[in-house]
Design a protein around this ligand. Structure first.
Ligand SMILES: O=C(O)C(=O)C[C@]1(C(=O)O)C=C[C@@H](O)C=C1
Length: 362
């Protein structure tokens, strides 16, 4: 038996590496990465190629305006008719907007023309063990999104990544595209446990690809982010569900040169997340009120309030300053006390004047 080789794919296992996909756009950092896949089927340059390229331009411009920083073009393929020239599609998309572009590759020869024109390559699931392609990707420095093949084990997936890493390209992002399930249709559904296991065994960023799931992917994406998965791959036309996109866009890094409407959309998304979190907080406050009433405790607990506000001040991150945290939580806590002790019109059952100390706190 030969000596065991120390695999690069396992270096730093359990820690998370950040990979820059285009200037200022990171995958694997603290914020979730959102890659939006957009099919460009039928948009084949050649006869009518200009109109087709125009379609790509429009689509990518729209995605950029919606705040998506990383877009993948997914051209369809067919044994009949001319294959789209990848570079034509990429050029058309570049005219549309300043976003980072990912492009699927299946043929090592395509790298020669695409290198320098795309921000990332994606190895589709069926090519996970296309070793000539993986070796070629090891020789470039462009980030590689490596999708797990539908029948591949985690071990096989990581060993496929090893081919790229061994070639010297350490910018590998794992993409859990999934497994074929009985009765689940012809497309794979992602396995969250597999994605988490891959994240445990390597330091590479892992994305969950929900672009093929047959049901609304919101709950799955939320679960993945809560579990610490680095982001998601969505398909845009079906997944434009605001409840799903809000938390993703709120946390995602905006692309370079994002326009004011794009920044405002991200702000709106962030506000929705805040609103939902505040409603959750108020529900908990109401529970605390019920428990305290049972224990005969007063609504206003100044020590607890001071302690929690100071803990938040300590944890606040730039550019959120201590003054802002104190002011914001003053209002949150006021609302929280109100939930526990609704103030009705004076003289009514629900009206109970606030204790002097509480009034002072207000
Ligand atoms: O901890 C409690 O006792 C609560 O009722 C919760 C809460 C809060 O919203 O965090 C609300 C009122 C109290 O003055 C202190 C804290």
């Amino acid at each position: 038996m030969g000596e065991a080789v120390a695999l690069r794919v396992r270096e730093g296992a359990g820690t998370r590496k950040r990979i820059e996909v285009g200037p200022g756009l990171w995958v694997g950092g603290e914020r979730p990465a959102v890659l939006v896949a957009t099919p460009v089927d039928g948009e084949v340059p050649g006869a009518g190629g200009r109109a087709a390229a125009g379609g790509v331009t429009r689509r990518v411009r729209l995605l950029a305006a919606a705040g998506f920083p990383l877009v993948e073009l997914r051209p369809g393929s067919s044994p009949y008719g001319p294959a789209p020239d990848p570079l034509d599609l990429v050029r058309a998309a570049r005219e549309g907007a300043d976003v980072a572009l990912a492009f699927p590759v299946t043929d090592p020869a395509a790298l020669t023309s695409l290198e320098g024109h795309v921000d990332a390559y994606r190895v589709p699931p069926a090519h996970m063990q296309n070793f000539r392609l993986l070796r070629a990707l090891g020789a470039v420095r462009t980030p590689v999104l490596l999708s797990r093949g539908p029948a591949a084990t985690i071990e096989e997936w990581l060993l496929a990544a090893e081919y790229v890493l061994a070639g010297g390209n350490d910018r590998v992002i794992l993409c859990e595209t999934g497994v074929l399930t009985a009765g689940g249709g012809p497309l794979p559904v992602p396995d969250l446990a597999a994605a988490l296991e891959a994240a445990r065994q390597t330091a590479l960023p892992v994305l969950l690809d929900v672009s093929y799931v047959p049901h609304p992917p919101g709950p799955l994406v939320r679960a993945a982010l809560a579990a610490g998965i680095g982001g998601a791959v969505l398909r845009v036309e079906r997944d434009a569900d605001p409840d799903l996109l809000a938390p993703l866009l709120a946390g995602a890094e905006l692309g370079r040169g994002a326009s004011l409407p794009a920044v405002r959309r991200a702000i709106d998304a962030t506000d929705r997340v805040l609103l939902a979190a505040l409603a959750d907080r108020m529900r908990l406050a109401a529970r605390a009120g019920t428990v305290k009433a049972r224990l005969g405790l007063t609504v206003y607990q100044p020590e607890r309030e001071q302690q929690l506000v100071e803990a938040l001040v300590g944890d606040a991150r730039e550019p959120l300053g201590a003054r802002a945290v104190r002011a914001i939580w003053r209002e949150i806590l006021r609302a929280s006390r109100e939930v526990q002790q609704p103030v009705g019109p004076a003289g009514s059952e629900r009206h109970r004047p606030a204790p002097a100390s509480q009034a002072a706190a207000d």
